[in-house]
Design a protein around this ligand. Structure first.
Ligand code: HEM
Length: 510
């Protein structure tokens, strides 16, 4: 095949030379030089086509029209979802946008995004595109290490989040929720968004960071995490080390958090005391070669867990509440489920009882379909590959492109979800199951495939523990307008306050 191509290029070259030869060079010198130059160019193009097989036959995705150099960036900055919506209409499910010197190719819909989710790391990797997390998570963990080490570290996550561990986390989640809401009065008005954010920080502290932080150092560590959080700005994605005040505060906070955890880890190891939390799991984790995790790695993995799970879960709890308070029919169904479970189990809540809350599960899942906090997932392509759209058009995606998919857009595709913009938890009920009907990767709020969220069960348990407590103990009324989406946040959430009036009432089983 290669020999055949070399021969073809030789033929072309000879044809060009043959064209030049019969001419009188002295008579028409410029034309001859021009033809020779053109022939050389054609020859070079053929040689490069041979060296990069297939590049001459590329069916590249359509390009988003924009002013050269900065046009793509301007479109993107106006709002990625607006751009995706407009271009999906015009160009279909695969298209490329030039973003300064990078090409981002979007895959929209399960037919094309399946390669995004399933491709091996050697083809599509996260490391380059998620590098901006390194100063926050710290050295030696996640996107600062090779894939083989990262895989091992994700194994530590998997072990820390297995069912036996989740069972003990649930007990702690329930205690935190009971304790938190016991401080509310008989009735009152609160910002639900603020309250749920606060409760989730407390729960995450207990289950993930450990008792020492939750009981003794909560205020200090919360303030440090706040600085770490504020150090992750849109600009940090492009310039993570830019010497701006927010980055300097982030770096100081990261160093102090490392000191605090080094002390806690040493003290646990010395005392031989073991706790039921993620910190303990990471202390006990070992790499394949038997090496134990270092204090720095443990701290970095805990920070990564908190960043992955805290805002995402609190945002989802708030949307769930806002929708339940807006749609009385779904609220009544969720309350009825609580009554049924009270009849069956009394007022006890544990992992297995939470697992029975299917109605509440669907209410949360639907809030998350409409409002996935991670609106864009990215990969870097290390080798060319092709994708086929559902219309049967095939595109070649070159090596070096950034490949993106968008849960916020793909979760609302009208050929998958009926009335995609309306809140309808029953779309996931047995018999309908709209997310399954269109195949894998139709619902991607938790990503999927090779890098699917490891914390999904934890997140559902936490949100169910909170909402089952609220539904059993309070009546609510939404008194501010239904919230809007805060597109400017890094983790896209709820804009402004979500004011609710509450009144204490014990759910009666009659
Ligand atoms: C509602 C809550 C949550 C949402 C919406 C969410 C969403 C996601 C998404 C979309 C991804 C895939 C990212 C990608 O493909 O680039 C992901 C990955 C991940 N999530 Fe979550 N997440 C949530 C909660 C959590 C929690 C509570 C934890 C841990 C305690 C967690 C830990 C992780 C980890 C470790 C990964 C990386 C998996 C891998 O790359 O192999 N997440 N999450």
């Amino acid at each position: 095949m290669r020999e055949k191509r070399v021969c073809r290029s030789k033929v072309i070259f000879n044809q060009v030379v043959a064209l030049v030869e019969p001419m009188d060079l002295t008579e028409n010198k410029f034309l001859s030089i021009g033809l020779l130059f053109l022939g050389t160019l054609v020859f070079i193009k053929f040689v490069s086509a041979i060296l990069t097989p297939g590049s001459g036959r590329k069916r590249l995705p359509p390009l988003v029209k924009a002013i050269p150099v900065i046009g793509g960036l301007i479109r993107f900055m106006k709002g990625p979802i607006i751009m995706i919506r407009e271009e999906y209409q015009k160009l279909g499910s695969v298209f490329t946008v030039n973003l300064l010197n990078r090409k981002i190719t979007f895959f929209i819909g399960p037919e094309v995004s399946s390669h995004f989710f399933k491709a091996p790391e050697a083809d599509l990797s996260q490391q380059e595109v998620y590098q901006f997390n390194v100063p926050t998570f710290g050295p030696g963990v996640v996107f600062d290490v090779d894939y083989s080490v990262r895989q091992e570290q994700f194994r530590f996550f998997t072990e820390a989040l297995r069912v036996t561990k989740l069972k003990s986390y649930v007990d702690q989640m329930v205690v935190e929720a009971e304790d938190y809401f016991s401080k509310w009065g008989e009735s009152g008005t609160v910002d639900l968004k603020y309250e749920l954010e606060h409760l989730i920080i407390l729960t995450a502290s207990r289950c993930l960071l450990g008792r020492e932080v939750r009981d003794k150092l909560f205020d200090d560590v919360s303030a440090l995490f706040h600085d770490l959080d504020n150090g992750m700005r849109p600009i940090s994605v492009i310039f993570p080390y830019l010497p701006i005040p927010a980055h300097r505060r982030r770096d100081r906070a990261r160093a102090r958090i490392a000191e605090i955890f080094a002390t806690i880890i040493k003290s646990r190891k010395c005392s031989g005391r073991a706790e039921d939390d993620m910190l303990q799991c990471f202390i006990d984790s070992k790499y394949k070669d038997g090496r134990p995790t270092t204090e720095g790695e443990i701290t970095g993995l805990l920070i990564a867990a908190l960043f992955a799970g805290q805002h995402t879960s609190s945002i989802t709890s708030t949307w769930t509440g806002a929708y339940l308070l807006k749609y009385q029919n779904f609220l009544s169904a969720a309350v009825q489920e609580q009554k049924d479970l009270l009849k069956k189990h009394g007022d006890k809540i544990d992992h297995d009882i939470l697992a029975e809350m299917d109605v509440l599960y669907r209410c949360i899942k639907e809030a998350l379909r409409l409002h996935p906090p991670l609106i864009m997932l990215l990969r870097h392509s290390h080798s060319g590959f092709s994708v086929k759209t559902k219309e049967g058009i095939e595109y070649d995606i070159p090596k070096g492109h950034i490949v993106a998919t968008s849960p916020a857009f793909a979760n609302r595709l009208p050929y998958i979800y009926k009335n995609p913009d309306s809140y309808d938890p029953d779309r996931f009920s047995p018999g309908r199951e709209e997310d399954k009907a269109a195949g894998a990767f139709s619902y991607i709020s938790f990503g999927g495939g090779r890098h699917g969220c490891l914390g999904e069960p934890f997140a559902y348990l936490q949100i169910k523990a909170i909402w089952s407590h609220l539904l059993r103990n309070f009546e609510f009324e939404l008194v501010s307008p239904f919230p809007e989406i805060d597109w400017n946040a890094m983790v896209v959430g709820v804009k402004g306050e979500v004011m609710v009036k509450y009144k204490r009432r014990k759910l009666s089983v009659e």
